[in-house]
Design a protein around this ligand. Structure first.
Ligand code: DGL
Length: 271
């Protein structure tokens, strides 16, 4: 009875790493749909269809709770899955996303109340961040910037190569030009923390970069504290298992790098 963690590719590992740091006692099942990543430029319908397949796979493997560790999937599929699919498949299971916990944390970190969101084209098009911020903190000004080249850089292990600099600088300059009052840049895509060294190089001084891992982990801890029924169905042996839809050699090499420990994955097909 593992906790499922899903992403289109490697990005969700940045969330899993922080969750495991805070909640090491649970068993986790990570699923990366690497063969079909990136999701960020795919249509609403396709992201929903792929995400639902992943959730069903993780449910079939026994997960009572699945975290969509992917903003694109959270933006485009979470609500439908929570409202229509989970009640139909098994009303006792739960699926949670990453956008709400990120937005909730903003109040404590911004002084200027001007927020920048760096995300995939799909997440930006959905305006999920602007809408969620509007619900909680209507006075905040949100600027969203699509960064279509960043996920491909990460998926191809080019995040720290000299070629990445051009695209990191380009999108950061663009969002800061749109609103120079921004004091917090939300990394609204779970792949982006892998670009952190470059992001810190190009963000203007005094502008805070906000990755989501810690925020999602803390939110999960709170959620579990409030849901003993779910906790009682989660096994606690401190293990983690990895599934990928791509070649396992490629996944294992990169995932081991990102997780800082040896990863041995199993290849599966999603239908
Ligand atoms: N890690 C994903 C996100 O948070 C996804 C990106 C993609 O596949 O484009 O949005």
């Amino acid at each position: 009875m593992q906790i499922g963690v899903f992403d289109s590719g490697y990005g969700g590992l940045t969330i899993l790493r922080q969750i495991r740091k805070l909640l090491p006692q649970y068993d986790y099942l990570y699923l990366g749909d690497n063969a079909r990543a990136p999701y960020g430029s795919r249509s609403f319908d396709v992201v929903y269809e792929f995400t639902l397949q992943a959730v069903e796979e993780l449910f079939d493997r026994g997960c009572p709770l699945v975290i969509l560790a992917c903003n694109t999937a959270s933006a485009k599929a979470l609500r439908s899955i929570q409202q229509n699919d989970v009640p139909r498949i098994d009303p006792d299971r739960r699926v949670l996303g990453v956008i709400r916990p990120t937005v909730e944390a903003l109040d404590a970190v911004t002084d200027s109340r001007h927020i920048g969101v760096l995300a995939t084209p799909g997440t930006v098009k959905s305006h999920s961040y602007t809408m969620e911020v509007g619900k909680l903190y209507p006075e905040m000004i949100v600027t969203e910037q699509a960064c279509p080249m960043w996920v491909p850089l990460v998926e191809n292990n080019e995040a720290l190569s000299p070629g990445a600099d051009y695209f990191v600088e380009k999108y950061i300059n663009s969002i800061m030009l749109t609103d120079p009052m921004i004091d917090t840049l939300v990394l609204g895509c779970t792949h982006y923390p892998l670009l952190l060294p470059k992001l810190e190089m190009y963000a203007p001084p005094g502008v805070r970069i906000l990755p989501q891992g810690d925020l999602v982990a803390e939110s999960l801890r709170n959620y579990l504290a409030r849901h003993p029924d779910i906790v009682s169905r989660c096994s606690q042996n401190g293990t983690v298992e990895y599934l990928t839809t791509e070649n396992t050699d490629k996944f294992d090499d990169l995932a081991s790098l990102f997780m800082g420990q040896t990863v041995k994955s199993t290849k599966i097909t999603l239908t």
